[in-house]
Design a protein around this ligand. Structure first.
Ligand code: SD4
Length: 310
């Protein structure tokens, strides 16, 4: 019987890992455990600049959330993008998976679907998040690292210690099944309507018991461009370790930037293979930390950085 494992992005992913590991210890399926973990992070508005309500909004000050999830046993998956006023987008993505024949619902229509499913409409802003937006709004304060998304290339978008906003949680349960969830408020100060990699199956997340689970964080445009998570899963299917697969994805992202003549963006990947092997890597300066839980132990690890010359 495999040992249950959960891995999650960024230091706040520790909370997700704690919650998911408790669920796995009780014998819950990987997808349920990963969702419980992700939702704990969505619920915690004290995690500044993080995920869910209270996190950083778009350029007009509106908070729109993206999420997806995938079951490695069946390849069932669901996603929502650009949803406002719904506190638990990952749970909503699960309803898309379970109650509709579709994979992805977006915007107003996703909100209507949420209402139909009994999700309450809620106010997503906290006093702190409003103050943060007022202080950091690009027209009020010119600060390079908080620039809004520009049209002239994703490589000038920075992910830094102040604007991590995605939790990706990958779990392996006692029965050897994989499940994954990704939930985010997207890039801080994005253009209204912008959707990144996080709710895109194959980009922000991919989970297949027969290959492995992979997730991403960082500049979503660059992750979509290389189909990051599916790329990693396919590398594992072909025999690469989780670590090798994540490093290859970083190399591919760096090479993609090279082909456009721009500096590589900050992206990071994590992966979990069906036997419990773990990997993570990031591009230059992404400074990616991730949480790993096995048994009673939860640790925060630093991902290997893959520079443009690697
Ligand atoms: C996005 N990948 O919307 C997300 C952002 C992110 O830490 O991961 N931030 O592009």
């Amino acid at each position: 019987m495999p040992e249950p494992i959960t891995i999650a992005t960024w230091p706040f992913g520790k909370l997700a890992v704690e919650v998911a590991m408790k669920a796995l210890a009780k014998g819950e399926p990987a997808l349920d455990a990963a969702l419980a973990g992700a939702q704990a992070v969505e619920d915690d508005t004290t995690i500044r600049n993080s995920v869910g309500f209270g996190s950083l909004p778009d350029r007009l000050g509106r908070l729109t959330l993206d999420a997806c999830l995938m079951d490695g046993r069946t390849l069932s998956c669901g996603a929502v993008a650009c949803v406002e006023h719904i506190k638990h987008p990952a749970a909503l993505a699960r309803r898309v998976m379970e109650k509709t024949p579709h994979v992805l619902l977006v915007g107003e229509a996703a909100k209507w679907f949420a209402l139909q499913q009994g999700f309450p409409l809620e106010v997503p802003y906290t006093a702190e998040s409003i103050k943060e937006w007022l202080d950091a709004h690009p027209e009020r304060k010119k600060k390079d690292d908080k620039k809004p998304t520009s049209a002239d290339g994703a490589s000038d978008i920075n992910i830094n210690e102040f604007n991590h906003d995605t939790v990706t949680v990958l779990s392996l349960d006692k029965k050897g099944h994989l499940g994954g969830v990704c939930t985010t408020s997207g890039l801080a100060y994005k253009l209204p309507g912008r959707v990144g990699d996080s709710p895109i199956i194959g980009a922000g997340l991919y989970v297949d018991d027969l290959a492995g689970a992979a997730g991403a964080t960082g500049v979503g445009e660059e992750i979509i461009r290389i189909g990051g998570s599916l790329f990693i899963a396919e590398q594992m299917r072909a025999g690469k370790s989780a670590q090798e697969a994540c490093e290859l994805a970083c190399k591919r992202s760096n090479a993609a930037a090279g082909r456009r003549g721009v500096h590589p963006a900050r992206v990071a990947f994590l992966a979990l293979d069906p036997k419990g092997g773990v990997g993570a890597a990031c591009t230059e300066k992404a400074d990616f930390k991730y949480a790993v839980g096995r048994g009673d132990k939860i640790e925060l690890l630093q991902a290997k950085e893959i520079g443009p010359k690697a």
